[in-house]
Design a protein around this ligand. Sequence first.
Ligand code: TYD
Length: 132
Amino acid sequence: MQVIKYVFQPHGDERGQLVALEEDKDIPFAIKRVYYMYDTVEGVVRGKHAHKSLEQILVCIHGSCKILLDDGKEKKIVPLEKPYEGLYVANNMWREMFDFSDDAVLMVLASDFYNEEDYIRDYNAFLSYTKV
Ligand code: TYD
């Protein structure tokens, strides 16, 4: 499995840092939705699903967390701890988010609107789906 982690270019000067993300340039798709999670309770595992079509970029813009990626054959754990790093999560990829620091803010840029029908929430169903 290839892990695609983007390193975005911060525009830093004496005032601090700024990262700008533009669709189809810094982000490899048109961004239709942005959401973020924060105040995540210690020990919680979020995600635990795959998407049939949705593509996403995960950016831990504050604090840190870990992402488990599972393509049905192989699993990889990717730490996200810098506000200028983005993890690409393709469709047909099981993901779990965990080990959130108290101050973690995990922002997700998504290629489409929220659509429950695009979710695969059952792990065995995911394994069958990826084998088709
Ligand atoms: P959920 O899918 O459980 O989050 P995750 O799988 O990332 O841990 O989403 C939590 C709630 O938020 C659920 O009621 C659905 C809602 N939600 C939206 O309304 N829009 C969205 O874009 C997302 C991601 C979730």
